[in-house]
Design a protein around this ligand. Structure first.
Ligand code: AQP
Length: 335
């Protein structure tokens, strides 16, 4: 991929399960849209995924599936760098250096660390705590100016900025200080269909809590019909209606309709009609993505080649930043 003068953008998704429409709306949907404006670097974050116990065969399969999904969602490997995180060792190398400018208190107070520690109480490992520093390394390695993520990652982005500034102050100008690119409004945080006060997560133990990008039409419609909503009947965005508000956000993300347009469309109609309409809209929008992903998964050689090229291009950029970091911190380089 030729290098240009455009600003760099980095984002990644973990192959920690079947990708949900939450991941899609909050992050992946923007990936293809941004590839003309920025030099985009996208990764399958397998190093992050193992901070929670993964079944090795499933992790391998999810990695390939996520690669195919990225491509099916319009990420063009001729325009972007698309790679698997563990194929570029510089991510771990920079994490180590950044660990030395990070304080344990900064990591132990991270919401995601607290949530995941509670959820995986039998496996609160150092990787889970250090997860945000690896994420900081991912972003700073590529000198990214922009990071498209869902609202749940805002805190990690703030840490990224803090560490970039701290390192720059201590060792001299080294890193670009990035900005988060978070979708405006409710799309930034899609909630669980089973409990609309909690984030939709691919690792939720209840499969009815999320819609995956590979769920079939009947499953999608059934999950929407079963979505937890309040006892009222009016389709309207409101704090008292977190379930319906969440469905309005999902409907809007797949149809392009604003909340006001949706409210007008379903005026006088009940929740039942609306839930079916949401399910149909999601299923219609996902059908071509699913077909393209299935086609790509049949061509493993092609996917492997995209990964290989992506890792080569990513490693070249990453190496440049890492060399600079090693020089700044005083590692003897034989010069
Ligand atoms: N519910 C969500 N709404 C909007 N955006 C979301 N994202 C995740 N959940 C939502 C965004 O998706 C991107 C990729 O997320 P990730 O796989 O790196 O990790 P995550 O945020 O921990 O996502 P999950 O689905 O909750 O995964 P598990 O269950 O494995 O922890 C990120 O940009 C994220 O903001």
């Amino acid at each position: 991929m030729p290098e240009t003068e455009k600003k760099k953008l980095f984002s990644a998704v973990q192959p920690s399960g079947a990708v949900t429409v939450g991941n899609y709306i909050g992050a992946i949907k923007n990936f293809a849209a941004l590839q003309g404006e920025y030099d985009c670097i996208y990764a399958v974050a397998d190093l992050h995924a193992i901070t929670v116990r993964q079944e090795p065969a499933a992790l391998r399969r999810n990695t390939l599936e996520l690669m195919a999904l990225f491509l099916a969602c319009g990420i063009d490997p001729q325009k972007c760098i698309l790679f698997v995180q563990s194929h570029v060792p510089a991510h771990c190398e920079l994490t180590w250096v950044l660990n030395t400018v990070t304080y344990p208190g900064e990591l132990s107070r991270m919401t995601q660390f607290k949530d995941k520690s509670a959820k995986h109480a039998d496996n609160v490992n150092m990787g889970l705590m250090d997860y945000p520093v690896l994420m900081v390394a991912d972003i700073l390695l590529y000198q990214a100016a922009l990071v498209p993520v869902g609202a749940d990652q805002k805190q990690h982005l703030e840490l990224t900025r803090d560490l970039a500034v701290r390192f720059n102050n201590r060792y001299g100008e080294t890193f670009t200080v990035p900005d988060a690119y978070i979708p405006s409004g409710s799309g930034a945080k899609i909630m669980s269909l089973a409990d609309p006060t909690r984030k939709m997560s691919k690792s939720d133990e209840n499969p009815n809590a999320y819609i995956t990008m590979s769920d079939d039409r009947d499953t999608i419609i059934r999950k929407c019909k079963r979505a937890v909503t309040d006892s009222g009947s009016e389709v309207r965005v409101s704090e008292e209606k977190p379930g319906i508000s969440n469905l309005i956000a999902i409907y809007g993300a797949f149809t392009g309709k604003t909340a006001a347009e949706t409210e007008r469309e379903f005026e006088g109609k009940g929740y039942g009609d609306f839930k079916i309409a949401v399910g149909e809209a999601v299923a219609d929008a996902l059908a071509p993505v699913q077909a393209e992903k299935a086609r790509l998964l049949k061509d493993k050689a092609y996917l492997n080649e995209i990964m290989r090229q992506g890792a080569e291009n990513a490693a070249r950029l990453a190496r440049r930043t890492l060399s600079k970091v090693y020089r700044k911190v005083g590692f003897y380089r034989g010069e």
